[in-house]
Structures are given as structure tokens and as C-alpha cells.
Design a binder for this molecule. Structure first.
Ligand code: GLC
Ligand code: CA
Length: 555
């Protein structure tokens, strides 16, 4: 019997989820070759369960030349030998499911590696043949001039010359990643085959990498084309008909209006990242003012029933500054990446803790926003212990160093000789593994890890965070962000002081007159709500989660 029959996914599981993003190679090395692997990851599931997350998003682990950390796939149907075998993956998946945890894998269908047999076959095939048409070819490199270059620090054109076929091929990312030709019905069919393979194995959700770029068309910028949305409707219809409870997550780095389109009318993706919100959390913190957050949320349309934003502070890529104005980008760079080596393409290749100068108050503030704003939170591995980065490493490897488990050999990540690790462990203070590691924080009631575990538990006790509506209140003091989360029979009032000074706000809560405010996080003594303005004060960078209850209930 396949996992498909055995594993029950609760309705709307993805809206109640807390997602943990991790690369297999970075987490735990079981066989001492210096590279993390599936048996290692499986052996650390207890840690993830105790952290309180219930969904694991795995970065690509398929056979690949690894020139883009596996986003350059050369075989969609197997596991890269560095990380184990397909059986190791299956063991991992059932171990996760046994714990009631869900697994998201990557479906990279905009491009393949140039080493993929489809490309090798295409470059040798006759022009115009079905095999050739798996990719996008041209005799000149001047078509699709209106399409931007994404990896602008490495690439100068979206066309690359192939001497074998004596032709140019199209690529939106690195030149070793030729784009699949979505005009070809055979490409569509092939992709359905890949999707079925992983969903049949029991994978719970698929992240659709670089999805806005599937189709390209002369005279357009090659993003969000109607034909691309049509492909998504086809994929979704197939998933619904054959699997029902599985989820599609769109990676569409777009303005709210265009990002919302990836939900369709509830007939495209279930989830989509809120890219524009992310930099604005940092901007709001820098300004000590809620406006950047309020403005972007006001521009964010309602989403269809059942749809859900995925929200995040950091991920495996550079902190993208594509969805901000030029002024905002310069401010972000000046503030958060004064060292130019930390800048990459239109972004910042640093981790969360270094971005906020390891300031515990700002870390907690950002994390509590992540856990209480509307959407499903995505945590990036290592950020739960405040791991640092290493900008001496190339490209985005700066934020992809080994997980820091303890203060021992290689931070407990691997028994290999340090020089054979896939990347070095962060060893420079203040983020060195001797100081920053899981073991040191697990037993410390005051550590970031302990704090975050408690916060995740609090969030998970209140379904309203994943499912409820959000309504922003606008008290005169703009240093404080205030919102109401409502639904599932509860109302929670969230306040966040974005500034480095103590602040107070006066809120009109008369609609809840007679109700009690109950502190969900701390022990604040709170008034019974009446017709008068309710005055609340917050320490620098402090957050309050206050449940509005008819009865003074227990926490
Ligand atoms: C996505 C991935 C990124 C990768 C790119 C090309 O943006 O997040 O890591 O390099 O796609 O596949
Ligand atoms: Ca290994």
C-alpha cells in the first residue's frame, strides 16, 4: 500500500502549518563524508518536533551537477548520491508522517540543468523536431529584449550559445540552466509525470520554483503571462482530481497584485509567498514606524477562500530587494549591508541574526510578527538559534553553512575532517558554533531557541493565526503596529513596538466593551475593556499578543 492511502491530511493543514526550510546537505551528516544526508535529517526529526514546526520544506535533493545548489536538475526521478538513496528519502518521509509532519519538495519546472538528458537530446535533435522543442532555441540572441536579467551579477544575457546545435538557447537564470519550452505539449506531459512520481510517494506539497517565467512571448517582459496561469490551472486540476489534499506553493517574486494572481480563483496555487511584505518588515524596523507594513498590506488584495500566503523573514537566497522602490533598496542596502560584499544581485546575502546585529529584542520582534501576521510562517534553518553567515563564501553559500548542533567537532554536524565539509562551519565570533549552537540553547530557559519554541506553541494553540482575518488598527502613535486577528471563535489583538523607545498607544476597543484582555505571551496585568480609550504601553521593540475574551479564561 502506498503512503497515499495511509496518511491523512487534515483539511486546511497548510494554513495551520509552521514551515521549516532546510537543505538536506546542511543539516546532519550520518556517514562522515562531510555532506548532510537523509539518514542524518531523519535522525534529527525529534529536534524539529520539539521545536514545534510541523512542515519541512526541502531544497532540491535530486541528481544535479550542483552548479546552482541543485536547482539545476539532471534527473527528476532520483536522489543525489551525496544525500542518500530514494529509499532513504522514503524512510525520511514516513518518519515525518509518523510524527504528523508534512513534507514540501521542490518542483523546478522552469528549467533543467544543461546536463539533463532532455537537453542533451535536444541539442542533437533536428531543428523543429519534438525532441529539440523541449527547450527554447533561436538563431539570434536578440529575441525577447524586454525580459530582465535576474542573476545580473553573473549573467549578461538570457541567451547562451550552444556550439553543438549551433544555436542560442533561452535561460532566465544561470546559462547552465536552459529554460523548458512550455509551448511544447510534451514538456507539459513530462512535468505531470514528475509531479505524479513525487505525489505518489506521498509528498504533501510542491514548491513551484520560479513559476512566473514558464512562458515567454515577444513584446512582453516574460512574467505572469496568461499562458503561464493556464498551465497552473491545468496542474491544479490534475492535483485536485488525482490527489485531493496536496498543495501547490508558488514562488512568484512579484508585487501583491501579480502575486495574488497565482491563487487564481482558487484554481491555481494554494499558497504563494508574500515577497513584498518581507523587506518591509525590515524597513519598518529601521524607520521605527509601521507605515511600510500597513501600505503594502493595503495594496494586497483579498485572497480566495482556502488560499494562504507563506510569509518569511529569510530563506536560502539573498534577501531580495526586487519588490521595493529604488530609494527603499538603497536604504536597505545602507542599513543592512554596509559591507558591499554582503550585496548580491538586487539583494543581501546575510542571515537574520547578523542583519539585526544579533539584537535579541529585534530578533524576537521580527519573529513574533512572522508568527502572528496573516499567513503560514516559514522559518529558515539555523535562524531559530540565531546562526550567523559567512560572506567570504561565494554567492548564496554565505547563508547555507552547516547547522550548529553543539560546540564539538564541526559543530556536531559531521565526523569528517573539517576541510572535507561541503562548506565550513561558522567559526568567527559572535556567531561561532562554540557559542551559537542547539545544545547550549536547549537547556537554557532564556535562550532564543527556548523563547521561539514557546512562541510557536502559543501560535499553534490558536487556529486564528493561520486561518483568521487580519484588520489593522491605526492609533495616532505610528511607532506601534496594531492588528486584530479574528476568526475560529477567537479574537487576538497584536501590538508591536517597532521603535527603540518605550511607546504607548490609545486604542478604541469599545466594540469589545465588557470583554477581558488576556495576555497570551507574558504576564501583563490588563484592564477590562470599556467605552473609554484603552491605553497600553510597550517596552522598546516589545510585542503583545492579547486575546479578547468574553470570560477571564486561563491562558
Ligand atoms: C529560485 C531559487 C533559487 C534558484 C533559482 C533558479 O529562485 O529559490 O535558489 O537559484 O530559483 O532555479
Ligand atoms: Ca553524508
Amino acid at each position: 500500500m502506498s503512503t497515499r492511502e495511509q496518511f491523512q491530511r487534515p483539511h486546511l493543514w497548510y494554513r495551520d502549518a509552521v514551515i521549516y526550510e532546510v537543505h538536506v546537505r546542511a543539516f546532519a551528516d550520518s556517514n562522515g563524508d562531510g555532506i548532510g544526508d537523509f539518514p542524518g535529517l531523519t535522525s534529527r526529526l525529534d529536534y524539529l518536533q520539539q521545536l514545534g514546526i510541523n512542515t519541512i520544506w526541502l531544497l532540491p535533493f535530486y541528481p544535479s551537477p550542483l552548479l546552482d545548489d541543485g536547482y539545476d536538475i539532471s534527473d527528476y526521478y532520483d536522489v543525489h548520491p551525496n544525500y542518500g538513496t530514494l529509499d532513504d528519502f522514503k524512510t525520511f518521509l514516513s518518519a515525518a508522517h509518523e510524527r504528523g509532519m508534512f513534507v514540501i519538495t521542490e518542483l523546478v519546472i522552469n528549467h533543467t540543468s544543461d546536463q539533463h538528458p532532455w537537453f542533451q537530446r535536444a541539442r542533437r535533435a533536428a531543428p523543429g523536431s519534438a525532441e529539440r522543442d523541449f527547450y527554447v532555441w533561436s538563431s539570434t540572441d536578440d529575441r525577447f529584449q524586454d525580459v530582465r536579467i535576474i542573476f545580473q551579477d553573473t549573467e549578461t544575457s538570457n541567451w547562451a550559445w550552444d556550439s553543438e546545435s549551433e544555436s542560442y538557447y533561452w535561460h532566465r537564470f544561470f546559462s547552465h540552466q536552459p529554460d523548458l519550452n512550455w509551448e511544447s505539449p510534451l514538456v507539459r506531459e513530462a512535468v505531470i509525470g514528475v509531479l505524479d512520481f513525487w505525489l505518489d510517494l506521498g509528498v504533501d506539497a510542491l514548491r513551484l520554483d520560479a513559476i512566473p517565467y514558464l512562458h515567454v512571448q515577444e513584446g512582453t517582459n516574460g512574467e505572469n503571462l496568461p499562458q503561464t496561469h493556464e498551465e497552473l490551472r491545468r496542474l491544479r486540476a490534475h492535483v485536485d482530481a488525482s490527489y485531493g489534499d496536496r498543495v501547490l506553493l508558488a514562488e512568484a517574486n512579484q508585487w501583491p497584485q501579480d502575486a495574488v494572481a497565482y491563487f487564481g480563483d482558487g484554481d491555481e496555487c494554494h499558497m504563494s509567498y508574500h515577497f513584498p511584505l518581507m523587506p518591509r518588515l525590515y524597513l519598518a524596523l529601521e524607520h521605527g514606524n509601521r507605515l511600510p507594513i500597513i501600505e503594502i498590506m493595503e495594496q494586497t488584495p483579498e485572497i480566495p477562500a482556502g488560499a494562504q500566503w507563506a510569509i518569511f523573514l529569510r530563506n536560502h537566497d539573498e534577501l531580495t530587494l526586487e519588490m521595493v522602490t529604488e530609494e527603499e533598496r538603497d536604504l536597505m542596502w545602507d542599513t543592512y549591508a554596509p559591507d558591499h560584499r554582503a550585496r548580491l544581485n538586487l539583494g543581501i546575502r546575510r542571515r537574520l541574526a547578523p542583519l539585526v546585529e544579533n539584537d535579541r529584542r529585534r530578533l524576537e520582534l521580527l519573529m513574533s510578527l512572522l508568527l502572528s501576521l496573516a499567513g503560514t510562517p516559514v522559518l529558515y534553518y539555523g535562524d531559530e538559534i540565531g546562526m550567523g553567515d559567512d560572506i567570504s563564501l561565494a554567492d548564496r553559500d554565505s547563508v547555507r553553512t552547516p547547522m550548529q548542533w553543539n560546540s564539538g567537532h564541526n559543530a556536531g554536524f559531521s565526523k569528517a575532517a573539517p576541510q572535507s565539509l561541503y562548506l565550513p562551519v561558522v567559526a568567527d565570533p559572535p556567531f561561532d558554533y562554540k557559542m551559537v549552537n542547539v545544545e547550549a540553547q536547549e537547556d537554557d530557559p532564556h535562550s532564543l531557541l527556548t523563547w521561539l519554541k514557546q512562541m510557536i506553541r502559543r501560535r499553534s494553540r490558536h487556529l486564528v493565526f493561520g486561518r483568521g482575518s487580519i484588520r489593522f488598527l491605526e492609533p495616532a502613535n505610528t511607532h506601534v503596529l496594531v492588528y486584530l486577528r479574528e476568526g475560529e471563535g477567537e479574537t487576538i489583538l497584536v501590538l508591536a513596538n517597532l521603535s527603540e523607545q518605550a511607546q504607548s498607544v490609545e486604542l478604541d476597543l469599545s466594540a469589545f466593551s465588557g470583554f477581558h484582555l488576556v495576555d497570551v505571551i507574558g504576564t501583563a496585568r490588563l484592564p477590562v475593556i470599556d467605552e473609554r480609550l484603552c491605553s497600553l504601553s510597550l517596552d522598546p521593540y516589545a510585542t503583545l499578543w492579547l486575546s479578547i475574551d468574553a470570560n477571564q479564561g486561563d491562558k
